[in-house]
Design a protein around this ligand. Structure first.
Ligand SMILES: *Cc1c(COP(=O)(O)O)cnc(C)c1O
Length: 222
């Protein structure tokens, strides 16, 4: 199943759009199966889960962090992950910067945009992004590389479109500012039910879980 799913998604993705397999709650075996079918990037929401998967999967794929990163997990996270997609506060950015200095690496990061301005969601609201990018751009061991958004969850993906449009506009605006040490390269939007709409609105990373691995719910019920 996983194999067929990956192949069918990859065959229809436009050139230049990268696929992140969102692997929360999946076993290392399932992850390896996805990699064999052509997945190049694994997305993880939990550092601990990523650590145990990483032991078996290692560098067979790149690792993107896509969950809410707690400051006390940053040191572990920077050892495993190649990109952190969900920076949502200056304090977190500073923590990542410090940990990367210790590891002697530069971490590409995306800012999580709370495009729905939802109280219960993490992320920076669209009107605060510009200021936030400027403050982050002085940190030497992180590389500002783009934006990520979840958007509100809808049954009908068309309802998500305005949130993707708004995030894409912020992305283009920041890009046009040409801030030193800021490279607006990645726009990560869209999940299993919304990735086609997200791509139409400019996403070049899509994060897909259930359409690859099947329905979740065995462990965390997420
Ligand atoms: C789980 C998750 C996804 C994938 O969700 P699906 O609906 O299973 O495709 C994408 N992005 C984030 C941040 C997630 O936590």
């Amino acid at each position: 199943m996983v194999k067929e799913n990956v192949k069918s998604i990859l065959s229809e993705l436009p050139k230049g759009v990268e696929l992140v397999a969102a692997a929360k709650t999946r076993t290392p075996q399932e992850i390896l199966e996805a990699i064999e079918a052509g997945i190049k990037i694994i997305g993880e929401n939990y550092v601990q889960e990523a650590e145990s998967a990483y032991k078996l999967v290692g560098n067979k794929a790149k690792w993107h962090f896509i969950g809410h990163l707690q400051k006390n997990k940053v040191r572990k996270a920077v050892k495993i992950f190649d990109v952190i997609e969900t920076v949502d506060s200056l304090g977190l950015a500073q923590e990542i910067d410090k940990a990367c200095l210790r590891e002697n690496k530069v971490m590409p990061v995306l800012i999580e945009v709370n495009s729905g301005r939802e109280d219960q969601k993490f992320g920076v609201i669209p009107e605060d992004i510009e200021q936030f990018v400027k403050e982050m751009s002085v940190l030497k061991n992180i590389k500002m590389s783009g934006l990520m958004t979840m958007g509100p969850m809808f049954g009908d993906p068309e309802d998500a479109r305005p949130y993707f449009v708004e995030t894409q506009k912020v992305f283009e605006k920041i890009k046009a500012l040409g801030i030193p040490n800021v490279e607006m390269k990645y726009l990560s939007m869209g999940m299993s039910n919304s990735y086609k709409v997200a791509i139409e609105e400019g996403a070049n990373i899509v994060r897909i879980g259930s359409r690859i691995f099947g329905k979740r719910g065995r462990v965390y019920g997420l």
